[in-house]
Design a protein around this ligand. Sequence first.
Ligand code: NAD
Length: 477
Amino acid sequence: MKQWAMYIGGQWAQALSSATYETINPADGKAVGIAPYGGRADAERAVAAAAAAFPAWSKRPVKERAELLHRIAARMGEASEELAELITLEMGKPLAEARGEVKIAIEYLKWNAEEAVRAYGQVIPSSVANKRLMTIRQPVGPIGAITPWNFPLSMAARKLGPALATGCTVVFKPALQTPGAALKFAELAEQEGLPAGVLNVVTGDPEEIGGELLSNPAIRKITFTGSTAVGKKLLRGAADQVKKMSMELGGHAPFIVFEDADLDEAVKGAMASKFRNAGQTCICANRIYVQESIAEAFSDKLKTAVERLVVGHGRDPQTDLGPVIDERALEKAQRHVEDAVEKGARVLTGGRRKAGEPGFFFEPTLLAGTTPDMLVMQEETFGPVAPIATFRTEEEAIAMANDTPYGLAAYFYTRDLSRMFRVHEALEYGIVGCNDAVPTTVQGPFGGVKESGIGREGGPDSAADYLETKFVSIHID
Ligand code: NAD
């Protein structure tokens, strides 16, 4: 059992109330750690520490901040196996995927360290002789960062990278299920000399900690990754102080297979997109639309691939598919399958909790004959359930794909170049994978439209959300 402490103002601390909670390994339902259950007062201390650290940190030359981030990234590289094991232990993904997550987290730190040194301002030609006009870019201020459990380290790095590199200080609230990766990150950062108060990690009561981040005027921006429901709550709460908000929210990705696609590639893509992280990614394929003429061939191939998946503990090197996060996630997957079957879908394979397992394992599941009225076609399942529906024409596929309040990621497979342009331009999504099921990279902007979010993380504009542009007009004689 790992005993965790929060990190506030450079000190390792328990909650002021002394409250704690247990973290659970979803592969067997057993406790693996004890973490502080912090509340409002702890968050208030963390905000005070972040505010106190801001003046010095923001004035430090960006090159020094960037070099420090590079050193932390290198230390994460040395600790990568420990970090990966922690991720697998707390949220269940196969160790190989956890190692991949650590790698991309390191890349996010390095990318943002490289980008922040180029936060250029502008000199603007004036229309009058006695004025000089320019812009400078300054860090927003102390920020609150809130992340989900499904990528506990890479989501942290995607926020901490640009925040720390641009000169912001941070109060960071990881998900209840996965405090370990963020606290281990803080430990590595401290060892590399990150000054006290620049990064504070508070674990515990989401509403109390979130409430303090919203109401405390010292916090100038909140960056959130999580569900659309919680994102909306935070947006409402931020209105009173007009805080800057970045929102990476839920998705309901369509995965379209046209009749001219390379079927084997499309099957490979659907498997990677749907079953990675046991279907618990915000960009995972949620609705598979297959053109009628190839529907049977595609479904047969996909069924064969799904039935080959090895379900098991993330630590077992044979495992392709780990558990889902908890009992509620199992229930949701089950509800989606039952609702679909009641409304006329057929289970091609899977369809229930894996028998005889104390952990939260759901069988990799394929549904055929799904229709738009089914829950599985309307909500994120966040589990290993792949529903297949058919379409006749390109227009119909695009209309079905866009018929959702979400707009994070969409995928389609085709070998027709003109179609490739027509379709990606028509899809109302922030991220589109054309013959590419893994369109996530630090070099590309990640984020959604519609109810999937506001802002982008990674890519060339990664630092923009953490900087304010100040316009300076100088009158000269
Ligand atoms: P969640 O919204 O339940 O929780 C996310 C975070 O918000 C957690 O840290 C949680 O403790 C915190 N939280 C919950 N209620 C809060 C409140 N009232 N005030 C402040 N904080 C609060 O989501 P989850 O179940 O942890 O993660 C799954 C969701 O995240 C899915 O919807 C998924 O699509 C989304 N997600 C989005 C992205 C993206 O980049 N767009 C990435 C990963 C996950």
